[in-house]
Design a protein around this ligand. Structure first.
Ligand code: SF4
Length: 435
């Protein structure tokens, strides 16, 4: 990304992680637009996962074709949208045509236990994604309802944001169709995407949409890093992790939005560093996801692997190549970068540079895992962030929403922009690759 061509504000963080904006004419907007993408993506993914469908580039709701693209994004995103629209039908009709909606509490488990936790029920066989973490950080109750009921909406702002991400992706990668047939192929594709992306980073200093997978906090986590850059200076060789968010209005993000973005990028760094510091636990990986390590890969995967000088005929081969690739990397830079772009003209609204805070991150992850692993009930959005309820699809059914309707909030100047529902980079899916 050529930062010099952007209309950049000078922004730094002070020790309290606050934005210091030299030109503060840009208003801060509480919530709206595609910038919410990664938050909402968690809910979209949650909904789609509940249908247990493979997300592919086809927009057809029929079973996925064996042909997919390497390095997924735009097209997979469309598929997520479709699946997200396929809500679980829980309403019943009466004789007078009136629709009865069951009590929300009837739709949810009375008490979750570890073995029937959300993690186990909805993320078994795929791992917990970073967007699952950020979605729960936004509001655990919303995540719970999204998992249980499914269904999210798409907005114009979201579509514009997705299109921008596709544009950024296509600046550095070309999509290639790949036929896959088994779940082993699917994982192999994810690893192949990662290997090719790392090679691109090492040779060109830049890659985008890089899938990562790591075993952290005793669970498997997956993610797709928006962008990774190699610093231009000789003194620093640690890759810089970057995430770009687009906004439909020329406003600055609110603190909860920025906090959510920080959680996302810090999670990537945590996973990245873990992948590099530790040998990939391949035995645990095959067992956790019930994979046959000796499964022969599809011809396409083998051919593309050979084209990248990878001698891979089985999933085991691919995992070994991935593990070797990780050893070539340096830990990610401690400074992380969130970019906020204005959708209308792609100008840079603000850059949020912040330091990695490992302790804060671990606290966040552990707290979230209590929810995901069924050790406690879901929390509602914090009291001072109940404005989120105004943009929540499940507000009508949420016991926490009633508490949020206070005169103070009714009179507040929270802007209601587009209905905030976004879809992001499909962290659990990889069906495209950069070449
Ligand atoms: S209404 Fe508010 S508290 Fe309830 S799920 Fe939605 S955002 Fe969370």
């Amino acid at each position: 990304m050529d930062e010099t061509s952007s209309e950049q504000l000078s922004v730094t963080n002070d020790n309290n992680n606050n934005l210091n904006i030299n030109n503060n004419n840009i208003p801060i907007e509480i919530v709206s637009d595609e910038e919410m993408a990664l938050i909402e993506a968690a809910f979209a993914l949650a909904s789609s996962s509940s249908s247990r469908s493979l997300l592919l580039r086809s927009s057809s709701p029929s079973p996925p074709p064996p042909s997919t693209l390497l390095h997924t994004n735009a097209l997979s995103i469309k598929s997520i949208t479709l699946l997200a629209k396929r809500r679980l039908s829980t309403a019943t009709s009466t004789s007078n045509g009136k629709v009865n909606h069951p009590d929300i509490e009837d739709l949810l488990p009375k008490k979750t236990k570890l073995h029937d936790s959300f993690l186990h029920r909805y993320r078994n066989g795929r791992g917990l994604s970073v967007t699952d973490l950020t979605g729960a950080e936004w509001c655990e109750k919303q995540m719970e309802l999204s998992l249980s009921r499914g269904g999210r909406r798409t907005t114009k702002a979201m579509k514009a944001g997705i299109a921008r991400h596709v544009e950024l992706e296509e600046e550095v990668m070309k999509r290639v169709k790949v036929k896959i047939a088994t779940k082993e192929d699917r994982w192999a594709l994810k690893f192949l995407n990662s290997i090719v992306g790392v090679n691109q980073l090492l040779f060109t200093g830049l890659t985008r949409e890089l899938p990562i997978i790591a075993y952290v906090e005793n669970i498997w986590m997956v993610g797709v890093i928006d962008e990774i850059r190699t610093p231009l200076t000789k003194e620093h060789h640690n890759p810089i992790l970057v995430d770009t968010k687009t906004r439909s209005r020329g406003t600055l993000p609110s603190e909860p939005q920025r906090r959510n973005g920080r959680l996302q990028l810090m999670s990537y760094k945590y996973m990245w560093d873990n992948m590099i510091a530790n040998d990939f636990p391949s035995g645990k990986f095959f067992t956790s996801f019930s994979l046959n390590r000796h499964q022969t890969l599809s011809e396409d995967l083998q051919e593309i692997g050979a084209g990248s000088d990878l001698n891979v005929s089985t999933l085991d081969d691919m995992v070994r190549c991935f593990a070797n690739t990780c050893k070539m990397l340096a830990p990610a830079h401690h400074q992380l970068l969130l970019r906020y772009e204005y959708q209308a003209d792609k100008s840079l609204l603000v850059e949020d540079k912040f330091e990695y805070d490992c302790e804060w991150l671990k606290d966040q992850i552990r707290s979230s895992l209590e929810f995901w692993q069924g050790q406690r009930e879901a929390n509602y959005a914090p009291e001072d962030e109940r404005w989120k309820c105004r943009f929540c699809q499940f507000a009508a059914d949420c016991p926490g929403y009633a508490e949020s309707i206070t005169p103070k909030e009714e009179d507040s100047n929270i802007k209601h922009d587009d209905d905030v529902t976004c879809i992001s980079q499909g962290e659990d899916i990889s069906s495209q690759i950069s070449r």
